[in-house]
Design a protein around this ligand. Sequence first.
Ligand SMILES: O=C(O)C1=C[C@@H](OP(=O)(O)O)[C@@H](O)[C@H](O)C1
Ligand SMILES: C=C(OP(=O)(O)O)C(=O)O
Length: 430
Amino acid sequence: MPPVWTTPHRTAPVDAVVALPGSKSITARALILAAIADGPSRLVRPLRARDTDLMADALRALGVRIDDHGSPTHPDQLVTPGPLTGPAEVDAGLAGTVLRFLPPVAALAAGPVRLDGDARLRDRPNAGLLAALRALGVEVDDGGRGRAPFTVHGIGRVRGGAVVVDAGESSQIVSGLLLAAARFDDGIDLALTGGVPSMPHVDMTVTTLRAHGVDVVATERGWRVAPGPVAARDVVIEPDLSNAAPFLAAALVTGGRVTVRDWPEATTQPGAQLDRLLARMGAEVTRTAEGLQVTGGHTIRPLVADLGEVGELTPVLAALCALADGPSRLTGIGHLRGHETDRLQALDEVLTAVGARIEQLSDGLAIEPGPRRPAELDSYADHRMVMAAAVLGLAIDGVRVADPGAVTKTLPDFTERWAGLLGEPAGAHP
Ligand SMILES: O=C(O)C1=C[C@@H](OP(=O)(O)O)[C@@H](O)[C@H](O)C1
Ligand SMILES: C=C(OP(=O)(O)O)C(=O)O
């Protein structure tokens, strides 16, 4: 990948059908549950990208066997649980899923497990998870920071039981606790102190647990998981609908047509909300035999929306807002300040650089399109900021992004796929 990527500029309508690799969120849950299940599980078409490879390596470090089969285009993993043991070192990279899903599993291991990652991972909030683990009887040494690096001192079992959890900064704190809870002696009776962003991701966790035979019920203030076995299960992973965002956005930007293949009929992925969000921005959205088809019109309509349930779509939607024919307001996304980068600040900088007027709100962004201009942007080590820059670059000639390799987090060959979308040879825009 070049150190700086000149994003392709395109005014002619795109007309493409794209197939996308597996969902990061579903793959992460499948790996965790397979690792603590009562037998081997096969994952068909899991995502093979930095976040999910780090999750697999983290589980391997605890004693889980994960064999990679299949091919790069049709990956397949066989997960065979084993006794969970430390000492182990876990590199979480910049993955929120590893940061929040792995520690409750590490707590079940016999021996210490130290977790660290990229410099930015050390800024990502995790106090709610570490406090909850302590309340469940687990010793955690984090130097009082509530963030990585920290060591979970597992003793081979977790008492579990009732716990009050602050998950205001990330839904992954709830998901991480629920995923491992059936293996705690008393399960978990989790009560929230307040709100949780990205609730559809918690629903995804609950649905996935039930599919593995786990008894989980919603309570007045949270969820209760009964102690018991986690059934091994072979799963086919759905395409990643969040990563569909830039490709579908290309249809709106160029007034073209893009179909994402194998769009599931029913899904737990919040990215499925792209159909109604893009329709509100003026797209015609239809389901075809091939998948979800999005056709753009002459202009992009502005968007006023609470994106609290679909925070990970924000960078691409904000890029579309900067190209819209009126002012937009995106709210409910204050927690994005704790994502791969402070996404509200990063979007402010990027959209301002290409000519929009931006106001940062306490929980979002007001975006007013302005005269467009070329710009040299940063990736902020954030895959979705590279994707947002690519969307801007379609409409604005001369958008360059430093460190595009950040896309390896969830879509390693994004720039090649982007060239393919536009019918260009990969590498045409070094
Ligand atoms: O559980 C998951 O797989 C995810 C939950 C969300 O995290 P936050 O609640 O921290 O936003 C989402 O943004 C992230 O990309 C994936
Ligand atoms: C917030 C995201 O990632 P993470 O799982 O690292 O939190 C994301 O992919 O948009």
